[in-house]
Design a protein around this ligand. Structure first.
Ligand SMILES: *[C@@H]1O[C@H](CO)[C@@H](O)[C@H](O)[C@H]1NC(C)=O
Ligand SMILES: *[C@@H]1O[C@H](CO)[C@@H](O)[C@H](O)[C@H]1NC(C)=O
Ligand SMILES: *[C@@H]1O[C@H](CO)[C@@H](O)[C@H](O)[C@H]1NC(C)=O
Ligand SMILES: *[C@@H]1O[C@H](CO)[C@@H](O)[C@H](O)[C@H]1NC(C)=O
Ligand SMILES: *[C@@H]1O[C@H](CO)[C@@H](O)[C@H](O)[C@H]1NC(C)=O
Ligand SMILES: *[C@@H]1O[C@H](CO)[C@@H](O)[C@H](O)[C@H]1NC(C)=O
Length: 419
């Protein structure tokens, strides 16, 4: 692949993504004006227009045909899908299987022609009790609305057993909370809070990392029988916390591979080095330590990866089944404390229970922010970067995270050695 082709692919991917996102937004907010739309079309035409060669057409086509999606997310979209609840019964046409036009103008029109739902029950009156939290309420409504739409458009039914779907959900019976664990998105502190609520501890600071994760203190929802599971799903406050997929991925890598770890090095590290590092030395092969981000990504994207996925880098939609389980609250790591304290109010937790703001492991490491992400991403080839975004595509859509195509462009232009 030459530089230009890759550049154009990125452009196509980004712009098409932008169309989808902007469309969604305009659909939700219903206030897009004619002139904004015109401006956007102009922008799209400029972007495609200036590279209107056979290659750019091909790139655009590939994006539209989903060729940049990783096999796994394609498979998920095409075959797996989800089942229930009843209101998702009649889905409209799956837009990923639609044949989009080659012409960006027409693509926009096609997207507009698709019926994103607007008549479903998505408002959660439960949250409208307290005026102080009006903004948070509104944000929640929008997050849930978007999620419903994405589920309806992109995710097909499946028959995954309920017990499996709820296997990552923790139960707190006293305050009637169900929390779906998404690693690297504030889950340790959430589990601490659940322990405090349940009377298992009196202070978050006194609960060690190990007792949070391996203490067996908290019940998982799949440990109950079906009647009890259903009862809790119907009556408890169901919450999920998510995080920017790329940040979550890099954060997982740093946590598991850049520090000594008695599980991830010998199990994942060894297998990864063995398969993806030519001429690995004996020490690396025996300890599994020192996996490079580049190698980790090769593993992630490998359809024949030597080991399965792990919850720390598994897609959120495969951990928590947000299309099937009607979460009452979608929190974000980016606004973790605010969102968490809101929930604590909502469930009437005692005032002294406050969400802790400490980072419990490797607390001297820099938080994984966009600058850190850029550094890691610059270590992998551009084509693979695209694939990683594709791999987490549904998570990006469901939780309104944007794929930073601008950053891609400049990386590509300035970091030729990586191509
Ligand atoms: C879905 O469509 C079928 C027929 O196509 C109809 O009988 C059913 O009531 C619809 N369900 C909902 C929830 O609209
Ligand atoms: C989309 O295009 C492919 C091949 O170009 C064709 O086989 C398929 O029938 C088309 N699908 C629709 C829904 O038009
Ligand atoms: C969307 O809904 C409108 C009105 O309900 C209908 O006329 C139109 O055909 C639908 N479009 C698609 C693609 O289903
Ligand atoms: C998605 O995110 C953008 C900014 O990042 C925001 O303006 C928009 O309101 C969000 N949409 C939803 C549905 O949350
Ligand atoms: C936390 O643990 C320390 C030492 O074990 C103890 O001195 C302190 O009282 C504990 N704090 C709470 C709030 O339990
Ligand atoms: C489910 O568990 C509850 C509580 O342990 C018990 O009372 C009930 O009989 C169980 N139901 C079935 C169908 O096993």
């Amino acid at each position: 692949m030459n530089l230009k082709l890759i550049y154009v692919s990125v452009l196509a991917f980004g712009v098409a993504g932008l169309i989808v996102f902007t469309y969604l937004q305009s659909c939700i907010e219903d206030q897009r004006t004619g002139s904004e739309e015109k401006m956007q079309l102009q922008m799209i035409n400029q972007d495609f227009g200036s590279y209107s060669t056979e290659e750019s057409e091909k790139a655009k086509e590939n994006w539209i045909a989903g060729k940049y999606f990783h096999k796994d997310s394609k498979a998920l979209i095409e075959s797996e899908g989800y089942q229930e609840p009843n209101h998702f019964e009649n889905r409209t046409e799956d837009s990923l299987t639609t044949n989009f036009s080659e012409d960006p103008k027409k693509v926009l029109k096609q997207l507009r022609g698709m019926n994103f739902s607007s008549n479903k029950h998505y408002l959660n009156k439960f949250f409208n009790r307290n005026n102080n939290w009006k903004v948070t309420n509104e944000i929640q409504e929008r997050r849930k609305f978007l999620l419903r739409d994405i589920c309806q458009k992109y995710v097909k039914k499946t028959q995954i057993p309920l017990v499996h779907m709820v296997s990552r959900i923790y139960v707190e019976d006293k305050y009637k909370v169900l929390y779906c664990e998404v690693p690297k998105a504030g889950c340790s502190n959430w589990k601490r809070i659940l322990m405090i609520l349940g009377g298992l501890a009196n202070s978050a600071a006194n609960i060690s990392h190990n007792s949070v994760h391996y203490g067996g203190n908290l019940n998982k929802l799949d440990s109950y029988n079906l009647t009890e599971i259903q009862k809790r799903l119907k009556t408890y406050t169901k919450i999920i916390f998510v995080r920017d997929p790329m940040e979550r991925l890099v954060s997982a890598f740093r946590d598991k591979f850049e520090h000594p770890n008695i599980y991830y090095h010998p199990v994942f590290g060894k297998a990864i080095i063995k398969k993806y590092r030519p001429n690995a030395d004996k020490k690396a092969l025996t300890t599994g330590s020192g996996v490079k981000f580049k190698e980790f990504i090769q593993y992630l994207l490998d359809p024949y990866r030597p080991l399965g996925m792990d919850i720390h880098w598994e897609q959120i939609n495969k951990l928590c089944y947000p299309c099937d389980i009607d979460y009452n609250f979608i929190g974000k790591f980016e606004t973790l404390e605010k969102d968490a304290n809101y929930i604590l109010k909502l469930i009437n937790a005692p005032d002294e229970v406050q969400f802790p703001h400490f980072k419990d492991r490797h607390s001297t490491d820099k938080r994984t922010n966009s600058e850190v992400i850029r550094k890691y991403l610059s270590e992998i080839p551009a084509a693979e970067r695209l694939q990683v975004y594709g791999f987490y595509y549904l998570d990006y859509l469901m939780f309104n995270y944007t794929i930073p195509y601008k950053a891609f462009q400049s990386d590509l232009m300035h970091n030729q050695p990586y191509l």
